[in-house]
Design a protein around this ligand. Structure first.
Ligand code: C2E
Ligand code: MG
Ligand code: MG
Ligand code: MG
Length: 287
């Protein structure tokens, strides 16, 4: 009785949390049929160079639940990881992203997120190889984003998988750099070609001198090591300006472009291609 009362109070004051705790098993069950039920989709967020030239997109998973509506990846990815459903979902995302990118009218890059669980799963390399073969996407257009968690879990295994993936010709990117236990020593210990500065640093750029110093150090060390740097979560003109001044190679964030639904990416690329061609023509005329 007392327990029941206590629970009632908890629910009253924090309905949100109670709700989340309660429907995890339900979400896990429903996630199992999400792919077959066509409830999963990919959104594509554009990535630009310093001169605002379009380099490619990052594929981001979306789940629209039939009754609950859109559910955030921050919510369903951890459930998918704990239940290992992420292996199947991740393979679906990889194949879908490669097929989409192969259809774009320009040879742009596509970045796909890999869960640590997928990374350490046997057969990852053949899955990646199959996705490339069946889509016809050239390997140098595929980037795989991994997080440092996997490096801590099993450094030797991770290193050997990274080597095998690189041998296929794909690029390996260290995502969310600067969070958790990230250490600059990872940068030469593991064979990344790029790292993404976590958006928590980018967001503090305007008012936090420490964040400025850290971003500066990451960019300069990466440059010395021959590793490219992407800043994620660029939301303001000021952040954009600072990152450009510091020589950040690639930029991604709401300021430059939000994730686009699948059906809008083809037109976005085509329009961008036309604009780029017109700009080039204009420059030629002005000469
Ligand atoms: P991430 O890989 O670091 O992806 C970047 C996240 O930042 C995306 O959130 C994106 O929508 C968001 N973002 C981009 N620009 C801005 C900005 O200017 N401001 C703010 N506040 N946010 C911005 P999203 O799509 O909710 O994904 C969250 C995380 O879920 C991803 O972080 C990634 O770790 C994971 N995730 C998403 N799709 C996949 C997937 O296909 N496989 C795996 N394993 N994980 C995925
Ligand atoms: Mg990512
Ligand atoms: Mg990230
Ligand atoms: Mg992040």
């Amino acid at each position: 009785r007392a327990k029941h009362g206590g629970r009632g109070c908890f629910r009253f004051f924090d309905a949100e949390i109670d709700h989340e705790v309660d429907d995890r098993p339900q979400l896990e069950r429903e996630l199992q049929s999400a792919i077959a039920g066509n409830e999963l989709a990919l959104a594509y967020q554009p990535i630009f160079d310093r001169d605002e030239k379009l380099l490619g997109f990052e594929a981001l998973m979306r789940w629209t639940h039939p009754t609950l509506g859109p559910i955030s990846p921050a919510r369903f990815i951890p459930i998918a990881e704990e239940s290992k459903l992420i292996v199947h979902m991740g393979e679906w995302a990889l194949r879908k992203a490669c097929r989409t990118a192969a259809d774009w009218p320009l040879p742009l890059r596509i970045a796909v997120n890999l869960s640590p669980i997928q990374m350490l799963q046997k057969g990852l390399c053949s899955t990646v190889e199959a996705a490339l073969n069946e889509s016809g996407l050239p390997p140098e257009q595929l980037e795989l984003e991994i997080t440092e968690g996997v490096l801590l879990q099993d450094a030797d295994a991770a290193n050997s998988i990274i080597g095998q993936l690189r041998a296929l010709g794909v690029r390996i990117v260290l995502d969310d750099f600067g969070t958790g236990y990230s250490s600059l020593s990872y940068l030469h210990r593991f064979q990344f070609q790029k790292l993404k500065i976590d958006r928590s640093f980018v967001q503090r750029l305007s008012d936090d001198r420490n964040a400025q110093a850290i971003v500066k150090a990451i960019i300069s060390m990466s440059r010395d090591l021959g590793i490219a740097v992407t800043a994620e979560g660029v939301e303001t003109a000021e952040q954009l300006q600072q990152l450009r001044l510091q020589g950040c190679d690639e930029l991604q964030g709401y300021r430059l472009g939000r994730p686009l639904p699948h059906d809008e990416t083809g037109a976005f690329v085509a329009r961008y291609g036309t604009e780029a061609a017109l700009a080039q023509l204009q420059t030629l005329r002005e000469r």
